[in-house]
Design a protein around this ligand. Structure first.
Ligand code: 0O2
Length: 214
């Protein structure tokens, strides 16, 4: 049977999940607005797609165990920053920074933490920009800052990350370690492709006459 402290933590989380939902919705609405306005002004789609989720209780318990943390609500609230998570997929490398800068100008949300796995990929080759956003939610107890994790990555980075995630979670994959090593090597190709596609984007949307371009 589940330990009592775990059952209590799950109950508290349920009470809090509404706050996470509201905070996540606020960020999703802002992203929609930014995306639509950007397209109207520049004729260019900044956001390819987005996904969002509230982390499931099983996944929360799994993460607490992996991190050797107690199974309490306080441990969740203080140490897990991705209870509410949004994944934003953009087409081009330079769009990641454009979205980051546009979010930084929003007075009501704060960027609490940045993990830049784009300029500093993980050892396995994972690339993505992770922002922990502090979002004000006006609850019956008064204002509360709720964290929302925003992952921003290109279509190519997402292709790599989804396959890598699948490979790690799938059981009984033959030659799993060799495949992981192979994926790590392929991450370099993702970097090169993203850079080359970004060069094309610059030329497509560059207003400088062709004879004046570098
Ligand atoms: P899921 O199932 O996606 O929710 P901390 O160590 O506490 O500072 P945290 O949250 O452990 O922070 O680590 P980090 O680096 O911010 O990563 C959080 C999420 O990023 C992960 O969530 C994954 O979604 C994604 N991620 C991080 N590293 C990798 C990677 O190497 N490969 C892939 N495919 N995704 C990665 P969860 O909770 O691990 O999983």
């Amino acid at each position: 049977p589940a330990p009592p402290e775990l059952l209590q933590a799950v109950d508290q989380l349920k009470a809090y999940s509404l706050r996470y939902e509201v905070a996540m919705k606020l960020v999703l609405d802002k992203l929609d607005y930014i995306s639509q306005e950007y397209e109207l002004r520049y004729g260019y789609a900044l956001i390819d797609s987005k996904q969002s989720r509230i982390k499931s209780p099983e996944s929360i318990v799994g993460k607490l165990r992996r991190k050797n943390l107690p199974l309490t609500f306080q441990a969740v609230f203080n140490n897990l920053h991705d209870i509410a998570g949004i994944r934003l997929i953009v087409r081009f490398l330079s769009d990641i920074k454009i979205v980051e800068d546009l979010l930084a100008t929003q007075a009501d949300i704060k960027v609490l933490k940045v993990k830049d796995y784009v300029h500093h990929p993980k050892h396995n080759g994972y690339q993505s920009l992770h922002l922990i956003l502090g979002v004000p939610v006006y609850t019956v107890d008064g204002p509360n800052i709720i964290e929302v994790e925003l992952q921003i990555r290109t279509i190519a980075m997402n292709f790599w990350a989804s396959l890598e995630h699948e490979l790690n979670y799938k059981k009984n994959v033959p030659h799993q370690v060799a495949l992981q090593q192979s994926l790590t090597k392929k991450a370099q190709l993702i970097t090169e492709l993203d850079q080359e596609m970004d060069d094309i984007k610059t030329r497509m949307y560059d207003q400088t006459p062709p004879d004046k371009r570098p």
